[in-house]
Every structure is written in C-alpha cells, then in structure tokens.
Design a protein around this ligand. Structure first.
Ligand code: HEC
Length: 238
C-alpha cells in the first residue's frame, strides 16, 4: 500500500477520533439535560483523545520522514500541511499539560480542544482530501502541448544517472522491487505498463508524469530537452 494511502487512512481515523472527542466534550459541558452519565462521557473523551494522540505521533513521524527525504522539492501545500500540523501539536500538548498540571487554566481547555479539532480538520483537508479529489477527478493522461526535439539530441547515460540519483532516487528504486515513497522503477521501459497509472510504458507517458504527475510526485517541468534525453537514456538501462 502506498505511503500516501496509509497516511490518508490514518489521517481519517485521527480526524474521526478528534470529532469523537469534541462531541463527547460538547455533550458533557454544553447539554442542559444529562442523559448519559458524565463518567462514561469523560472516559469516552479520554479514549478518543488517546487514539488521537497516538495517531498524531505516527503521522508526525511519517510526515517528517517524508519531508527529510524530499528536502526542498516539497510543495507549498505540503509546507502548509507541516506548519499547521506543528501548531496542532503545540496546542494539543498545552491542553494536555493544563489538564494534568496547571489546573488554574482549566477553563481554557475546551477552547484549546476546539482549536485542536479545527486545526486537525484543516490539516486533513489540505492534504488527505486533496489527494482523494485529485486521485478521482484529475486525468493522469493530461495533455502536453510542448513537442519535443529530444530524438535529435544524443542522450548520455552517465549524465542521466546523475539526474536520477539527485532527483529521483530518494523516492524510486532503480534496481530493486522495493517501494520507497514512489513505486520501484526497475525495468521501467522494458515493462508493458507504468507502475502507478498502468498507462503504456512509453517515453511520452513518462514525460507526462514528470511534467504533470498523477498524484503527489513533484513535477519536473524545468528539465531541458538535453536533460530529458539523458534521463531517458539512463532509464532505458535500468
Ligand atoms: C518525492 C518523491 C518523488 C520523487 C522525487 C520522484 N517521484 Fe516519481 N513518483 C512518486 C510517486 C509518489 C509516484 C506515484 C504517482 C504520483 O504520485 O504521481 C511516482 C510515480 C512515478 C512514475 C510512474 C508513473 C505512472 O504513470 O505510473 C514514474 C515513471 C516516475 N515516478 C518517475 C520519476 C522520475 C524519473 C523522477 C526523477 C526525475 C521521479 N519520479 C521523482 C514520487 C516521486
């Protein structure tokens, strides 16, 4: 299963446990008539909060690992996701610290809880929801207007390997079936279909992926014709 699918699934559970914690808290503090016992609600609130906390740690770890492997290639959307997630972390821990140790501030806890929930919603929507929408509604076989003159330029395998090692290797393995952040590219142009979209494995389709990626891969629009040709000369050898 892909890294991002796992992240979206965990993110959904995180969001739902946040929703559960918020609803139990609102019921506990805001309802006029008390139907359910407050101990049960408190326990439920803690249970949801605990799941939320565990998933927050796992997702933060996954996110940071991704950020570290991608470095400066990261998209603006991913940067926003990361910063807001960090803010969420801080507010969440402030809230837990208040409840545990600084009871003088207890009145602030529900507000902080609502902020945590709102932030988790925003963080989830700008990434998880975004992937879902892009995955379903964008056509990976997007049109490319630019015609290439690459056939006339001689590709150099060594140069292509350099490009691959600096721009692609962090996410794709060229010589094992191992899936990193992206699928393995071993035998890429020797196979019938591309590993993610299943489109025919042709130079044109790979170029489309590089210019307008199917999902989360960063785009490589700025390659010159020479760089493309070198890269493809190398890709034919893997
Ligand atoms: C940040 C990680 C990352 C980097 C860097 C990256 N890719 Fe990808 N690549 C992915 C992911 C994730 C996918 C799955 C589809 C998607 O997200 O667009 C993918 C899919 C692909 C596919 C399959 C496309 C298909 O139609 O099935 C090819 C080919 C590919 N990448 C080539 C490259 C090349 C060549 C480079 C370097 C110039 C590169 N990628 C750099 C993450 C990356």
């Amino acid at each position: 299963m892909s890294f991002f699918v796992i992240k979206v699934i965990l993110g959904t559970i995180l969001f739902l446990s946040g929703l559960g914690a918020t609803l139990t808290m609102l019921t506990l503090m805001g309802r006029a008539e008390k139907k359910t016992s407050s101990t049960t609600l408190r326990k439920l609130h803690k249970f949801f909060g605990f799941i939320f906390f565990l998933l927050l740690l796992v997702l933060a770890f996954m996110g940071l690992r991704y950020w570290a492997s991608v470095g400066d290639e990261i998209s603006t959307r991913a940067v926003m996701h990361g910063i807001l997630a960090l803010a969420l972390f801080i507010v969440f821990f402030t809230k837990v610290a208040i409840i545990q140790y600084f009871k003088q501030f207890l009145k602030m806890a529900p507000t902080l809880g609502l902020i945590v929930f709102s932030l988790s919603f925003v963080v989830f929507v700008i990434s998880g929801k975004y992937y879902i929408l892009r995955g379903y509604f964008s056509s990976p076989a997007a049109e490319i207007t630019e015609t290439s003159t690459s056939e006339q330029i001689q590709g150099k395998v060594g140069e292509g390997k350099k490009i691959f090692d600096t721009k692609c290797l962090s996410c794709h393995s060229p010589d094992t079936e191992e899936r990193k952040i992206g699928p393995s590219l071993m035998g890429l142009l020797k196979k019938d279909s591309l590993p993610h979209t299943g489109n025919p494995a042709t130079v044109e389709n790979i170029k489309k992926q590089l210019i307008r990626p199917a999902l989360t891969m960063p785009a490589f629009k700025d390659f010159t014709d020479q760089e493309f040709t070198d890269l493809f000369a190398y890709l034919r050898t893997i």
